[in-house]
Design a binder for this molecule. Structure first.
Ligand code: GLU
Ligand code: ZN
Length: 491
């Protein structure tokens, strides 16, 4: 183990979405690459919106993507507790410290008074800031407020002199903020809960985090956090602020799942493979030096560098995700794909447990053939449908007409004959038969393929003929060819 310590601190206020998962993944990659430790901390100080259910979903989805953590909620460790709601006394103690040092103060201003300040600023056309009203209250004034029953917040006392605060960022370089853009910000709310900016610093410091990797939306919080580190004499970690993720319209990727399919679990439910999503998410803002789109976990870890992360926004391109996922579906071990596909075929009503048990080898063939035509496994039932249901012609008239065309009967008869003579019934050998038919019969390639496809599947296109016949088997193939020929006399 190196002494690098990283953290992923989600708020359990919703189902974990793509953006947060990418943040978790980049922390995980950097931790694994450097033999560091990754801590999972649950930031649940928003009591109204945080739930245990969302926390469980976070843990489940991290696990699904293969992001194991070394320490934290659900795992334990020496720096706990790892839920902020269980650390309130710690935050209180540090707030006390700042009050004692004169680096923070209690503010009794009411919501109305603050609103007035904001209005005034608006009228003057300046940035709304807290005006420092409670910075130097006398004992008497304070007593008065307490008597009135006002619940104070605690504010951080900005240094009087304007100064620069420098964020050392491994993606952006040094990012300098002037303290003049800040005001005496709140570190403890009147309900006794710490604010995000305060709790995150106390936790990152006490958990000895060495590098904070998080979304760019937190960059503007960082100067406040650095001032708190300094006020408490904590070591300041390094930072890496990841670029935003935009959707294909270049709008900010929506956060919540209810109205959008950004919840990571929806990809699982549609039959995206964790390996594919891992690969795809790694490329949201990062790319390896060589132009490879498909890389294994190990290769990604090996190549991953914070300094290679882009500063500009990453675009979430579903087409690309589909392409990556399709590749993983076709190239992964067949048994694995079969296992993942079975639930989708069950949901479609094509199979049940008994069927799976009795026809496993056949099912494997069907899935192997059908997987070539899908981007994600929810598409598999449609692709495989022809193997599970009775033959059906969309346009029977047209089919009959086609079966009546010259040469069709000859093709069907020759096909049957050659299939009968085969030593081994394999897709490869079936494919050879088609080449022979084209060479030997006085008909064009279309007459060999199209009526056959129509007779066997009822469709104009679909899986390759060699695979269709292989899966249907000889008996069913003959039956369907014969039926097609019989249809010719139907009207
Ligand atoms: N709970 C914060 C969030 O989910 C953590 C931000 C941070 O990494 O500091 O946005
Ligand atoms: Zn005040």
């Amino acid at each position: 183990m190196s002494d690098m310590r990283l953290r992923f601190p989600p708020s359990p206020t919703g189902k974990i979405h793509i953006g947060n998962m990418r943040t978790a993944l980049f922390n995980w990659l950097w931790a694994r690459k450097n033999d560091g430790e990754l801590v999972l901390r649950i930031e649940d100080t928003d009591q109204e919106r945080s739930t245990k259910e969302f926390e469980d979903i976070i843990i489940k989805e991290l696990d699904w993507l293969g992001l194991d953590v070394d320490e934290g909620a659900g795992v334990g460790g020496e720096y706990g507790p790892y839920r902020q709601s269980e650390r309130l006394d710690i935050y209180q103690a540090y707030a006390e410290k700042l009050l004692e040092k004169g680096k923070a103060y209690k503010c009794y201003c009411s919501e109305e008074e603050l609103e007035e300040m904001r209005e005034e600023a608006k009228e003057k056309g300046v940035m709304p800031k807290y005006n420092g009203h409670c910075r130097n209250l006398s004992k008497e004034e304070e007593m008065e407020y307490i008597k009135e029953g006002r619940d104070p917040v605690i504010r951080f006392k900005l240094p009087k002199e304007e100064r620069d605060v420098v964020v050392k960022d491994d993606i952006r370089g040094d990012v300098t903020f002037s303290s003049s853009v800040l005001d005496d910000f709140i570190i403890f709310k009147s309900d006794g809960m710490p604010t995000y900016n305060f709790a995150v610093v106390i936790d990152d410091a006490l958990m000895e985090i060495t590098e904070v990797i998080r979304g760019e939306d937190h960059l503007s919080n960082t100067p406040k956090q650095i001032l708190i580190y300094e006020a408490l004499d904590f070591d300041i970690p390094r930072f890496a602020h990841l670029p935003l993720i935009l959707d294909s319209n270049r709008a900010k990727l929506k956060k919540r799942s209810e109205d959008d399919d950004v919840y990571i679990g929806e990809y699982r439910e549609k039959g995206y493979l964790p390996e594919a999503l891992f690969n795809f998410l790694s490329f949201l803002g990062w790319a390896p030096p060589e132009d490879n789109e498909i890389l294994s976990k190990e290769e990604i870890i090996e190549n991953f560098e914070l300094t290679d992360i882009n500063k500009s926004a990453a675009v979430f391109d579903v087409e690309k995700l589909n392409w990556v996922n399709g590749k993983y579906i076709r190239e992964s071990d067949l048994d694995y794909i079969v296992e993942l596909s079975i639930p989708f075929l069950k949901d479609a009503g094509f199979i049940d447990d008994e069927f799976v048990e009795e026809n496993y080898e056949w099912l494997k063939k069907v899935i192997d053939v059908s997987r070539t035509g899908v981007d994600y496994l929810a598409q598999l039932p449609e692709e495989a449908e022809l193997f599970f249901k009775e033959l059906e012609f969309e346009d029977k008239e047209a089919a009959i007409k086609e079966f009546n065309e010259e040469g069709v009967e000859l093709v069907f008869d020759s096909l049957k004959e050659k299939l009968e003579e085969l030593d081994e019934f394999t897709p490869e050998n079936i494919s050879n038969i088609f080449s022979e038919l084209i060479n030997e019969l006085p008909v064009g390639g279309r007459t060999v393929y199209h009526p056959t496809r129509l007779a066997l599947t009822g469709l104009d296109s679909g899986p390759e003929m060699k695979n269709v016949i292989y899966i249907l088997g000889k008996k069913e193939t003959y039956q369907r060819l014969d039926n097609a020929l019989a249809m010719r006399n139907e009207n």
